[in-house]
Design a binder for this molecule. Sequence first.
Ligand code: NIG
Ligand code: FE
Length: 390
Amino acid sequence: MSSTTLVTNIGTLVTNDPTQNTGPLGLLHNAAVLIDGPRIAWVGSATAAPPADTAHDAQGRAAIPGFVDSHSHLVFAGDRTQEFNARMSGRAYSAGGIRTTVAATRAATDEALEANVTRYLREALRQGTTTFETKSGYGLTTHDEARALRIASRHTEEVTYLGAHIVSPDYADDPAAYVELVTGEMLDACAPHARWIDVFCEKGAFDGDQARAILTAGKAKGLHPRIHANQLSYGPGVQLAAELDAASADHCTHLTDADVDALANSRTVATLLPGAEFSTRAAWPDARRLLDAGATVALSTDCNPGSSFTSSMPFCIALAVRDMGMTPDEAIWSATAGGAQALRRTDIGRIAPGTRADLVLLDAPSHVHLAYRPGVPLVSEVWQRGVRTT
Ligand code: NIG
Ligand code: FE
């Protein structure tokens, strides 16, 4: 029998549970949460809490579900400080920088890549991320892509095959042959280690027809699609995502009205990655426009050494509130329940009986402080699968 812990005296609790009938965040005040093993067993008022083996006093602090970072690129080596410096002196971001990381990643040992993933996911955990998705995409050979996915799958079940990040430099003269590799031998080697397939649909990466071919081939092997879409320019990615029932269209920075309609009228989540616009000095995605149209929005870090080298979901929340038209409540929902929806998961992103016991206690009386006090380390305790990690 597992032991139970009652986290009690929570000043404000974000449950994201609509059955609480207290609005989209399912807010409860003076609340308690009963944890039984890796799951939540009970949620309610601290004054009505059931008995437990152990009690843990939250001392009036706010609590939220662990962040769900549904988009990161953690299997890489090296960094791109020089490229960042050049950008901050006025140079534009280009997908070509990916090649620098591909060279460093290919040259790295398994141990070095593994150590890097561990380092960044610990960093993220300290900032409240209890679930993360991560991708290949810096190998671009059958061997290096499969290796990246094997390493990623030791740390998360949300693993994405992104052999179609850019055309491999080895195939610069024959992109069609690279698409053949990505949809053939490389897919066969990678599919057993991944849940998702992704493609960077963008000028300079893969066009709409190539992206459709790649995602369709992945689907035939049992992988579910998600797309890097409409990041640097307008394009077919978002509508392709909706057409293929992709779980998410990620970036969504350049959207036509038809793109917004497609997202609003599909199950595809718009995953916004404000760290990328911050680190590339680009125009912000318009979260307000998407929300007002009825689309579901997730927030995520896109953590990678090129366009967004942050693992901080609180930082992304603060940017989304300040610059993308989101309210603090909307941004916190998008960083938790929204991320879960982008991964088609119902067991995370919410605090309700039966969900995974992933809970973040904040050094603040209210969840709103995550946006109100930007850059301040407010995450004071992180519980993952019922175990306190920090
Ligand atoms: O999501 N857009 C494509 N891929 C990454 C950037 C990768 C890189 O620059 O290394 C992104 O922003
Ligand atoms: Fe990305």
